[in-house]
Design a protein around this ligand. Sequence first.
Ligand code: COA
Length: 172
Amino acid sequence: MRIAVIDEAEAKAQIGSLAEILMQSIEDGALVGFVLPFSAEQAQSYWQEVFSSVAEGERLLICAYLEDKLVGTVQLYLSPEPNALHRAEVYMLLVHRDFQRQGIGSALMASVEDEARKRTRSLLLLDTAEGGASERLYRRMNWREVGVVPHHFVDPFGKPRASIYFMKHLTP
Ligand SMILES: CC(C)(COP(=O)(O)OP(=O)(O)OC[C@H]1O[C@@H](n2cnc3c(N)ncnc32)[C@H](O)[C@@H]1OP(=O)(O)O)[C@@H](O)C(=O)NCCC(=O)NCCS
């Protein structure tokens, strides 16, 4: 497996794979900001906004490849506020459904920590759906629970779901 921080040009070349992974995760019920029905056009327009943010240097787009196939992705948003330059937020950890439970999600999160450290970001934040694979993964990687927000979102099928905020302090 290869993990890389990708630039706008590589991201644009991978838009088909990124859109596919996002659409799959929504079909599978992930709380990633969207509800069904969700079209390929919506997926591509979401990624175009991410690519603009990458080009502006606001966020890192980190991807996992098996051979040359993109099989997972995560984003690290570098908080721009002058009083929060030590902080970053993790978004959209997604692994292709055919390649889950092989350690790719964990490897992407380990890379998030490395990239944050390189940029002297020592506090990481994220929120995720209560229950299921992502909560388990973050706990295993020693993220600390901050709190649960009941009915924070609805899932892609419209069902109310709680989410959990997690934080992690990085030591240099
Ligand atoms: C969450 C996700 C990224 C994990 O990716 P992955 O490559 O499977 O991650 P890993 O293989 O490193 O670890 C998965 C962990 O979740 C567990 N797991 C996997 N599927 C699970 C399930 N349905 N229910 C409970 N635990 C599950 C695995 O057992 C493993 O934990 P363990 O190593 O402690 O046993 C992937 O399931 C995914 O893309 N889900 C849909 C999108 C999503 O919900 N993203 C989170 C947004 S914050």
